[in-house]
Design a protein around this ligand. Sequence first.
Ligand code: PEP
Length: 241
Amino acid sequence: MKLIVANWKMNKTPKETKEYLETFLRLIEGVDDNVEILICPPFTSLCIAWDILKGSKVKLGAQNCHYEQKGAFTGEISLDMLKELGVSYVIVGHSERRWIFGETDELINKKVIACLEKGIRPILCVGEKMEEREAGMTLKVIESQLKLALSGLDEVSERIDIAYEPVWAIGSGNPATPEDAQLVHSFIKELLGKVRVLYGGSVNPQNAGEFLSMPDVDGLLVGGASLDPSSFAQIVKVSQR
Ligand code: PEP
């Protein structure tokens, strides 16, 4: 089944979350259940989001987690805390976490393992920077990020989703071409076997269909265009065609 994810990043207060979700649920009424829809609001909106989404066809995800269960980790959020709020997915290793907050492959690996142990599905993000792309290193970078993030884990492909998000395409209005995405997605499947691979990076209602028409694009991770309920609802509808 295709997976369409909204990553709100650091946007929307609980009040704004409520308004968005009420509108969004109305807009997707009648949409078939053949696509998984996931919304990842900030931590502070998870509670109100779950109150509204519980029992609907929309699932709830978090944008980050800590790998320890509890303890002296000021400012961090554990998977048990997220689980109790209805979270079933966590985005792990988003490029903003890697490059703004200094997350290493080793830390990302710990988070992936913790998610799997807790029965929360990680969406592991990988992607090359522009200079790596220009140096012809895209596939090398992807392979290395996957190997390190999944180190010590066997047969994870059915319990995890991968998001291919070229760093230069995120929030830039300059998406990869669907053909370039296809190439990387099929490479990821060569490495990992039958895994769901989402594309992310400047997806909008106009280009979503082209990405989804590629044989190995199994879903989308949407940032900017998910902040408006009607634009995200349009992307969900395109994914059903
Ligand atoms: C993202 O946040 O993962 C993302 C892909 O953002 P945008 O759609 O804005 O490029």
